[in-house]
Ligand binder design. Sequence first.
Ligand SMILES: *[C@@H]1O[C@H](CO)[C@@H](O)[C@H](O)[C@H]1NC(C)=O
Ligand SMILES: *[C@@H]1O[C@H](CO)[C@@H](O)[C@H](O)[C@H]1NC(C)=O
Ligand SMILES: *[C@@H]1O[C@H](CO)[C@@H](O)[C@H](O)[C@H]1NC(C)=O
Ligand SMILES: *[C@@H]1O[C@H](CO)[C@@H](O)[C@H](O)[C@H]1NC(C)=O
Ligand SMILES: *[C@@H]1O[C@H](CO)[C@@H](O)[C@H](O)[C@H]1NC(C)=O
Ligand SMILES: *[C@@H]1O[C@H](CO)[C@@H](O)[C@H](O)[C@H]1NC(C)=O
Ligand SMILES: *[C@@H]1O[C@H](CO)[C@@H](O)[C@H](O)[C@H]1NC(C)=O
Ligand SMILES: *[C@@H]1O[C@H](CO)[C@@H](O)[C@H](O)[C@H]1NC(C)=O
Ligand SMILES: *[C@@H]1O[C@H](CO)[C@@H](O)[C@H](O)[C@H]1NC(C)=O
Ligand SMILES: *[C@@H]1O[C@H](CO)[C@@H](O)[C@H](O)[C@H]1NC(C)=O
Ligand SMILES: *[C@@H]1O[C@H](CO)[C@@H](O)[C@H](O)[C@H]1NC(C)=O
Ligand SMILES: *[C@@H]1O[C@H](CO)[C@@H](O)[C@H](O)[C@H]1NC(C)=O
Length: 450
Amino acid sequence: MVRVLPLFALAALSFSPVRGIELDVTSVDSIKSAASSLASQLVSYYTANSTGRATGILPSPYNWWEAGALFDTLIQYSHLTGDTQYDSLIETGLLSQVGSNSDFMPVNQSATEGNDDQATWALAAMSAAEAQFTNSNNTNTKWLTLADTVFNILTQRWDTSTCSGGLRWQIYSFNQGFDYKNTASNGHFFQLASRLARFTGNATYETWANVAYNWTKGAGFIDSKWNVYDGASIVNANCSDITKIQFSYTAGSYLSGVAHMYNLTNGNSKWKTELDGLLNRTLSVFWENGTVKAATEIACEKTESCTIDMIPMKGLLGHWLADTLQMAPYTTATISSLYTSSAQAAAAACDDTGCSEYWDGKHTGTGGNSTGDVGTSIDALSFVQGLLWQDAGLDGLPATVNGTAVAPPNTTTTATGAGATATKKSEGMAMRAGMGVLSGVLGSMMWLML
Ligand SMILES: *[C@@H]1O[C@H](CO)[C@@H](O)[C@H](O)[C@H]1NC(C)=O
Ligand SMILES: *[C@@H]1O[C@H](CO)[C@@H](O)[C@H](O)[C@H]1NC(C)=O
Ligand SMILES: *[C@@H]1O[C@H](CO)[C@@H](O)[C@H](O)[C@H]1NC(C)=O
Ligand SMILES: *[C@@H]1O[C@H](CO)[C@@H](O)[C@H](O)[C@H]1NC(C)=O
Ligand SMILES: *[C@@H]1O[C@H](CO)[C@@H](O)[C@H](O)[C@H]1NC(C)=O
Ligand SMILES: *[C@@H]1O[C@H](CO)[C@@H](O)[C@H](O)[C@H]1NC(C)=O
Ligand SMILES: *[C@@H]1O[C@H](CO)[C@@H](O)[C@H](O)[C@H]1NC(C)=O
Ligand SMILES: *[C@@H]1O[C@H](CO)[C@@H](O)[C@H](O)[C@H]1NC(C)=O
Ligand SMILES: *[C@@H]1O[C@H](CO)[C@@H](O)[C@H](O)[C@H]1NC(C)=O
Ligand SMILES: *[C@@H]1O[C@H](CO)[C@@H](O)[C@H](O)[C@H]1NC(C)=O
Ligand SMILES: *[C@@H]1O[C@H](CO)[C@@H](O)[C@H](O)[C@H]1NC(C)=O
Ligand SMILES: *[C@@H]1O[C@H](CO)[C@@H](O)[C@H](O)[C@H]1NC(C)=O
C-alpha cells in the first residue's frame, strides 16, 4: 500500500514547516495520519447529539448546505483513507435530510433552500453511490436514486423563459435571488449530470450535461478565457450584465463535470479543450498566476471579508481537483505541484485547535477566520486527503455492487418551484439557507471588487 507516487515526488518540500499538523507528502501513512486528525476535528464541529439539535445539520450560524458539503468531504475521506469510523454518522446525517419526497427538500429547509443547496446534497449522494458507500440496505441504489431524483427535479426547473435557459439560483419566487441565474446552481447541475452519465451510461444525463455546459458558455458565465463568473440577473439585460466575481468552488464544479465528460467520452477532443482551458485558468486565478503556493479565495481573502459560506469554497475546489485527477490522469503534470504545495500550506495552517482560513502564513492570529471553523476544516482536509487520489481505485467505475449492475433509477418526482408556490415559514423557523447570505454581500462586494 505504501508507495511513493509521482504526485508527491514533484513536491518542493517533503515536510511542512514547523508549525501545524505534520505532513510528509511522500508518505501515505503520514498523509493518512494528518487526514485523520483533520477529519476528527471536522466531525467535532458536527456534534449531532448535543443540545437537542436535529441530526444532519450544523449549529447556527452555519447554513444547511454546508452540512451537505461536510458529509461529501467525509465520504471522500472514508473512500480515500479506508477509515470507516464515520460511515454510520455520515449515512445517518445524509438520510436525515432527504425529506418526505426523498429529494433533499426536508420540511425545515424547503422554503428557503436554493437550487445550489439542494444540488450540494445531491452531489454528496452521488459521491456515496460512486464510492459504493454503506447504507442500511447494503446497496448503493438508494444513493443513486437520490442523485437521480434531484437531477430530474432540476431539469424540470430549467428555465428557458429568460436568458435562453439555465437554472435560477432560488427555487421560490419569494426568496431573494429568484431573479438571478448563477454558476453554483448551474455548475452543480452540470456536474451532477456528467457524473450520473458516466456512472450509469444513460444518455439522458449526457444530453443534459451538454445542454447545461453549452448554455453556461453561451451566456458568457464561462468566458472565452474560461473565467467562471458568479452569475447575472434575469431582470436587467437578460443575463448579459454579468457579476464578474469568481469563486473557486464554481470553477471546481465545472472542472469536475468537464473531467467526467472527458472520461465518459474516452478523451473526446471537445472536452479535452474545455478541460485544458478551464484547468489552466482556474489554477491561474486561484493561485494568482503562480505567485502564491496555496489556493486562495481571491474574491474575499485579500480583504479578509470571506463570509461563513465562502470559507469552505476552496476546499470544494480541492475535492473536485482530486476527482479531476482521477478522471483525467494526464492533468497530473499540470495540477500536482500547486496541489501539493497547497496541501502542505493547509496542514501548516492547522493545529489541534483548528485551521486558519489563510494558508499564506501571513495572517496568523488576525483577520477573518483564523481561529477555525467547519469551512476551514473542510478546506484543509480536502487538500490533504486529495493527495491520496491515486490510491482511490477506479472512482465511479463500474456502476455495480458485487459484480451486479446497479438497477437504473426509476423516479417520478415532480418538482416544486420555478413559479410554484409554497407556504413561507415564519422568520423564526426559516433559517436563511445556503448561499442566500451572498445576495446582500454580493451587492456590496461588487463595489469593492470591480
Ligand atoms: C451520540 O451519543 C452516543 C452516546 O453517547 C454516542 O455513542 C454516539 O457516538 C453519539 N453520536 C454522535 C453522532 O455524536
Ligand atoms: C426540524 O426542526 C425542528 C425544530 O427545530 C426539529 O425539532 C426537527 O428535528 C427538525 N427536523 C429535521 C428533519 O431536521
Ligand atoms: C430498505 O429498502 C426498502 C425497499 O426500498 C425500504 O422499504 C426500506 O425502508 C429500506 N430500509 C432502510 C433502513 O432504509
Ligand atoms: C456484497 O458483498 C459483501 C461481501 O461478500 C456482502 O457482505 C454484501 O452483503 C454484498 N452486498 C450485496 C448488495 O449483495
Ligand atoms: C432574452 O434573450 C432571448 C434569447 O436571446 C430572447 O429570446 C428574449 O427575447 C430576450 N428577452 C429580453 C427581455 O430581451
Ligand atoms: C435514464 O435516466 C432518465 C432520467 O432519470 C430516466 O428518465 C430514464 O428512464 C433512464 N433511461 C433508462 C434506459 O434507464
Ligand atoms: C451550443 O450548441 C449549439 C448547437 O449545437 C452550437 O451551435 C453552439 O455553438 C454551442 N454554443 C457553445 C457556446 O458551445
Ligand atoms: C496556462 O497557459 C499559459 C499559456 O500557455 C501558461 O503560460 C501558463 O503557465 C498556464 N498556467 C497554468 C497554471 O498551467
Ligand atoms: C494574472 O494574469 C492575468 C493575465 O495576464 C492578469 O489579467 C491578472 O491580473 C493576473 N492576476 C494576478 C493576481 O496577478
Ligand atoms: C469564525 O469562526 C468562529 C468560531 O467558529 C465563528 O464564531 C465566526 O463566526 C467565524 N467567522 C466567520 C467570518 O465566519
Ligand atoms: C478515466 O478514468 C479512469 C479511472 O481513473 C482512468 O483509468 C482512465 O485513464 C480515464 N480515461 C481517460 C481517457 O483519461
Ligand atoms: C417505474 O415507476 C413507475 C411509477 O411508479 C411504474 O409504473 C413503472 O412500472 C416503473 N418501471 C420499472 C421498470 O420499474
